[in-house]
Design a protein around this ligand. Structure first.
Ligand SMILES: CC(C)(COP(=O)(O)OP(=O)(O)OC[C@H]1O[C@@H](n2cnc3c(N)ncnc32)[C@H](O)[C@@H]1OP(=O)(O)O)[C@@H](O)C(=O)NCCC(=O)NCCS
Length: 171
């Protein structure tokens, strides 16, 4: 197991929730698909296919119950973009488990992973700017992230009507 993956096995400091963050496994994909696409159905995030999840599985971390580590409570990915740039994407907490700090726990782990990769800047595209601003993310113009716009947004059906908010955090 790579060093950064080992260090991601963090135990939640909250005593009432016995959770930990670990890298995703093949057996987690069905639950990740369910959690993400629940929100996609109401346009709260972009959908993911199972193929997209399997192809990019090594980007993903999950929050799980420490006493039942098959259970996926939340998932999110750190996608490397360039030598100094990465994106937090597909961050989703099981809808029955929101507002219990699981999203915060996962973002903190993904940011630690970014630091271990010596990434200088992390960005996200989101409908939840208030949540991300708590970590120091600030709003930017989409065009300030040309790699993302030309590489991915260009192919998105919402390219001209995108209402997601671009945010960056300098580490
Ligand atoms: C956004 C999301 C990841 C937050 O995760 P979470 O575990 O529910 O959030 P936390 O409990 O860690 O939130 C901590 C704080 O962030 C803020 N916050 C969280 N969700 C928020 C929201 N929807 N709107 C405004 N503030 C929010 C609150 O201040 C909250 O503290 P409080 O509950 O004491 O008021 C989760 O609600 C989710 O999966 N949403 C749907 C998918 C999505 O929008 N993903 C994000 C971008 S791709």
């Amino acid at each position: 197991m790579p060093e950064y993956a080992q260090s991601l096995n963090r135990v939640n400091p909250l005593p009432d929730l016995n959770t930990l963050v670990r890298k995703a496994r093949l057996s987690d994909v069905a639950e990740m698909y369910r959690i993400i696409n629940y929100y996609a159905e109401s346009q709260r995030m972009l959908p993911k296919t199972e193929l997209q999840l399997y192809e990019n599985l090594r980007d993903y971390s999950i929050v799980t119950d420490a006493s039942s580590t098959d259970r996926v409570l939340a998932c999110g990915a750190l996608h490397l973009y360039w030598e100094n740039l990465a994106e937090i994407r597909a961050l989703a907490v099981d809808h029955a488990m929101t507002r219990k700090r699981l999203g915060t726990f996962l973002v903190e782990s993904l940011l630690s992973e970014a630091r271990e990769w010596e990434i200088d800047r992390v960005f996200c595209f989101t409908y939840e700017p208030k949540f991300f601003s708590r970590f120091g993310f600030v709003r930017v113009e989409h065009r300030s992230l040309p790699l993302k716009v030309y590489n991915e947004c260009f192919h998105c059906p919402k390219f001209n009507t995108c209402d997601e908010i671009a945010m960056v955090l300098d580490l």
